[in-house]
Design a protein around this ligand. Structure first.
Ligand SMILES: [Zn+2]
Length: 349
């Protein structure tokens, strides 16, 4: 007993106890740290594996953001892989899940913008509209939101609302001259009360001060008021409507008007409706006219595609607003030759 008390009082003993305790505590902390790290590494690997397989769930993105502190921009980049694959629902799921955890206003606005754009791309126009209207409530100068609302209202044929958006953009000093003319034209075209005749007259009137709508006017006249088209033929730059003229029915063509216009003589000679020229300044038409005279089983035919002069994307059908870059009236006609095989029992005209 005495000895123990003595030993206890021994200062050396106290130091030994202190260091032992220190060692035990450090060891335990170290081991626990190791265990924790191993566990989180395993979890992370599991997560990574799911990511490799493209199986990350919406919650995983929230997890990556909240638990692993992956930067916000990286998460957004990861989620954009869904967009590239066209899996809009999945991307929407991620944005919605993240929205519940993001508190900063700037990030919230960015997420809402992405959500609105994805709804738009996925064709959920109403939802997209609601999101962009929500953004404008707290950020009325958000150009992305205004531009998308314009596209949405145009698609929904709500042209009055589209004009309101243009007014807002105008107040923010964006140049909306072309868009305004375009929306005004669409509004007239879609007006259910105005008669075809009145529409034609008004369209011609608008065209005389705004050449940019030429293609829309020509298309309308060729469909609903052919006589007005032929009467005014000299006002149009026909190279912008070659495809429409090429596919026109024989009976709808005013050949007296055609006789006065070189490009139309070339076009309809190539088509085989008339035989008034032997060559053309347009390469494709020239080739077709030449091939008509050659005795072969092949005929060249004409096909059209359209290139957006702004984003250079190619499209098989004409659209007044480029579906790729959303600019208006930027499509340029690109005629292309195709080879047509003539059946043996079909006569060569
Ligand atoms: Zn484009």
């Amino acid at each position: 007993m005495d000895g123990l008390v003595l030993e206890y009082r021994d200062p050396l003993f106290g130091i030994i106890i202190f260091f032992t305790l220190l060692f035990v505590i450090s060891f335990l902390t170290y081991s626990f740290g190791l265990y924790k790290e191993k566990k989180s590494r395993a979890e992370y690997r599991k997560l990574l594996k799911r990511f490799e397989l493209g199986n990350l769930k919406e919650d995983d993105y929230v997890h990556l953001y909240t638990t692993y502190n992956l930067p916000f921009d990286s998460i957004i980049l990861l989620a954009s892989t869904f967009l590239h694959k066209g899996d809009y629902n999945k991307a929407i799921g991620v944005y919605l899940a993240l929205l519940e955890h993001v508190t900063e206003r700037v990030k919230k606005e960015e997420l809402l913008e992405l959500l609105g754009k994805t709804y738009f791309k996925g064709g959920f126009l109403q939802r997209s509209k609601e999101i962009f209207l929500k953004i404008l409530k707290f950020s009325p100068r958000n150009k992305e939101a205004l531009n998308h609302l314009l596209l949405i209202y145009e698609k929904l044929k709500d042209f009055d609302k589209a004009q309101e958006v243009l007014e807002s953009l105008d107040e923010l000093e964006f140049d909306v001259t072309r868009e305004s003319v375009y929306i005004k034209t669409l509004k007239l075209l879609n007006d259910p009360v105005v008669s075809f005749d009145k529409k034609s007259t008004q369209l011609m009137h608008m065209f005389k001060t705004n050449e940019i709508i030429e293609r829309i006017v020509v298309q309308y006249l060729l469909q609903f008021n052919k006589s007005m088209f032929w009467e005014n033929i000299e006002l149009f730059d026909l190279s912008k409507s070659l495809d429409l003229l090429w596919y026109l029915n024989f009976d709808d063509i005013d050949f007296d008007a055609v006789a006065k216009i070189e490009i139309l003589q070339e076009l309809y000679t190539a088509k085989g409706y008339i035989n008034s020229v032997s060559n053309s300044a347009v390469f494709e038409l020239d080739m077709i006219i030449l091939s008509k005279n050659a005795k072969s089983n092949f005929r060249t035919d004409l096909n059209f595609q359209f290139m957006c002069t702004k984003c250079k994307s190619i499209h098989p059908i004409y659209e007044s607003r480029c579906p790729h870059c959303h600019k208006i009236l930027t499509f340029k006609i690109e005629p292309e030759l195709t080879r047509r095989v003539i059946e043996k029992n079909q006569s060569l005209q």
